[in-house]
Design a protein around this ligand. Structure first.
Ligand code: ASP
Ligand code: MG
Length: 400
């Protein structure tokens, strides 16, 4: 929803779907840059804006675009009606700026749909039990769209973004990256949480939980030249031959901490990580070495933004309490992962990954695996090289 022309464009696209006989609910986000502008304005007035008032304010971006889209539709002869989150009503909890959806009342939307009216709903917003306006966190209109699709048991939820689908890796790093026709929910969750910021991760979790068929498409394509985007589907729906690896994901935003010479006894992991979790710091990879002489080393990763705070906690509080010898840290690391449901049935993915990195002289600092993912931590300076060589090694630059 970048400009008046783009909004008219969306209206024409909606009109075409409507002409094909579909009932449509269109969830819109704000005009691009608008939410950022509103947040900046709030901070200009108040450095730590009150959450309730911030939500009253930043929800207005979507209130503008629902009305504009409804106007544009009516101008081309399509009956349409706009709704704020509260008018629908999208009931959320009362956690301002990151509320969770609790329930969606479909009755207003159903009534309009049955009359052949296109329903336009403001994304990103809801109301709590007392009628206070809430917002769902940045990028939250993705989650609004999926939640409405789930509530209405829609055939498909199409998310239009500024990319035309989900890629095998970031095309800015690997120009040969290909768009995936299909990806499973599990893969998408890994790809989304590992930094391919195509969709808000909560929207993918929601879609997986409520079995909403999701498709990512480009909002920028010209009329008549649209592609079919990427379908995010369920593994059991995939009857085609599964590629072993679907994508290479990465995250630059990582830091590593090591506690050295920790007494090797029960309760140590809890004593180190418990206080960190209590401070709402997300810990990702964890490694405890084999003990020797009654002590061991314990390493874990956190978001880079939490590095300094975690280090201070370790130095001042945790290390003295557990009797550790020293701590080490590195905030210039990154995580690179190979993701694919096909690796469940194909051994040898890990060794291929390690060999490929070794051939480039890239040292692996940490490893973690799940059924559908192998992640390594490497020095940040090798990020692009690692992604490129792995993308090639797993044949992702070639059509399947
Ligand atoms: N307008 C909101 C934001 O910028 C919601 C969204 O775009 O999904 O975060
Ligand atoms: Mg968005």
């Amino acid at each position: 929803m970048g400009s008046p022309e783009r909004i008219r464009n969306v209206a024409r696209r909606v009109a075409r779907w409507k002409a094909q006989g579909h009932q449509l609910v269109v969830v819109v986000s704000a005009m691009s840059g608008e939410t950022n502008r509103l947040i900046a304005l709030a901070r200009d007035v108040s450095p730590q804006p009150d959450g309730r008032e911030l939500d009253v304010m930043i929800s207005t971006g979507e209130q503008v675009t629902i009305a504009l889209l409804a106007m544009a539709l009516k101008d081309i002869g399509v009956e349409a009606r706009s709704y704020t989150g509260g008018q629908v009503k999208v009931l959320t909890d009362a956690t301002y700026t990151k509320a969770r959806i609790l329930h969606i009342d479909e009755s207003n939307m159903r009534r309009d749909l049955d009359k052949g009216t296109v329903v336009i709903v403001a994304g990103f917003q809801g109301v709590d039990e007392d009628g206070n306006i809430t917002t769902l966190g940045r990028g939250g209109s993705d989650t609004s769209g999926v939640a409405l699709a789930a509530a209405l048991k829609a055939e498909e939820c199409q998310i239009y973004t500024d990319v035309d689908g989900v890629y095998t890796t970031d095309p800015r790093i690997v120009p040969e990256a290909r768009k995936l026709e299909r990806v499973t929910f599990e893969e998408m969750l890994e790809l989304a949480s590992l930094g391919s910021k195509v969709l808000q991760i909560r929207s993918v979790e929601f879609a997986g939980k409520y079995k909403v068929k999701l498709r990512v498409l480009s909002s920028l394509e010209e009329e008549g030249k649209e592609t079919s985007g990427t379908l995010i589907t369920f593994e059991e729906d995939k009857n085609m031959e599964q590629p072993i690896i679907s994508g290479i994901a990465f995250n630059r935003d990582e830091a590593k901490l090591t506690v050295l010479g920790v007494p090797d006894r029960p309760g140590i992991a809890y004593q180190i990580l418990g206080p960190i979790a209590e401070n709402n710091i997300d810990v990702d990879m964890i490694i405890q070495n084999v003990g020797h002489d009654g002590t061991t080393d314990f390493s874990f990763t956190v978001n880079r933004g939490d590095y300094a705070r975690t280090r201070t906690m370790l130095e001042e509080q945790i290390c003295p309490a557990v009797g550790a010898r020293a701590i080490n840290g590195d905030n210039k690391i990154c995580k690179v992962s190979a993701v694919g449901v096909g690796m469940r049935s194909h051994p040898g993915v890990a060794s291929k990954m390690f060999r490929t990195l070794a051939e480039e002289g890239i040292n692996i600092q940490m490893i973690s695996t799940s059924e559908i993912k192998i992640s390594v931590v490497v020095d940040e300076k090798y990020l692009e090289l690692a992604v490129r060589v792995l993308h090639r090694a797993f044949g992702l630059d070639q059509a399947p």
